[in-house]
Design a protein around this ligand. Structure first.
Ligand SMILES: [Zn+2]
Length: 54
């Protein structure tokens, strides 16, 4: 993940090199999922039109 040269045998954090690297990668994955779930904010445009009418 980070390009470090790590001793794999006996490493409890495989497939990641360290616990820190594992948390970092999972964090990136969670951020991507959240961004996809959000989708385009088309509702905001509709709300702005309503405000202008008032
Ligand atoms: Zn790593």
């Amino acid at each position: 993940m980070c390009g470090k040269d790590v001793e794999w045998s006996g490493n409890p954090f495989r497939p990641f090199c360290t616990e820190r690297c594992k948390l970092t990668d999972l964090g990136k994955w969670a951020a991507d999922e959240y961004r996809i779930a959000g989708g385009p904010l088309t509702d905001d445009a509709d709300n702005q039109d309503d405000i202008e009418e008032v």
